[in-house]
Design a protein around this ligand. Structure first.
Ligand code: T46
Length: 141
């Protein structure tokens, strides 16, 4: 599974918009945990970690923010600025969320319950773990 940024199907009519997220269709993993982040008034960055196993899907329900993702080789920045956008982050991706607008609400759907032992919060440890999974001259298995 790779980082994936996609537009969610939206049903619009004069009453507004409806976005439906279906496990197995829009999200390629079961959802066991839902949390949301809001009230980032001073734009302080969050994240700075990777997950050993947890996969997540991020949706900015209101406002906007940026998400930098890093697989140990390549860094990419996505701007989440619409509740129609979905960012899927698989395991072993370093992420940083920043540039929060004061009204940003970030919804996160995760495939596992919260477990601090799943976090890699040190970047050098993350790079080392990526190297251990990468065969010489090849992509991570
Ligand atoms: C991620 C990004 C997108 C809990 O008690 N339960 C939870 O489900 C979560 C996610 C966190 N916590 C506690 C752990 C910390 O004491 O809440 C506190 C703040 O967590 P953290 O500093 O990890 O938050 P962020 O915004 O840096 O990262 C979060 C998620 O932790 C992480 O999995 O990918 O959002």
């Amino acid at each position: 599974m790779r980082v994936e940024f996609k537009e969610l199907e939206t049903v619009s009519d004069p009453r507004g918009h409806l976005v439906s997220i279906e496990v197995g269709r829009s999200i390629p993993f079961p959802v066991r945990r839902v949390y949301y982040i809001y009230g980032n008034k001073d734009g302080k960055p969050r994240g700075y970690h990777a997950h050993k196993r947890v996969k997540q899907a991020l949706i900015c329900l209101n406002g906007r923010l940026k998400v930098g993702v890093d697989d140990g080789k390549t860094r990419t920045v996505y701007e989440l600025k619409s509740p129609r956008e979905l960012l899927i982050i698989p395991e072993m991706i370093w992420r940083v969320m920043y540039g929060f607008s004061p009204d940003a609400i970030l919804l996160v759907l995760a495939d596992q319950h919260y477990d601090e032992a799943d976090y890699i919060r040190d970047y050098e440890t993350f790079l080392q773990a990526v190297r251990e999974k990468t065969p010489p001259g090849g992509a991570p298995r």
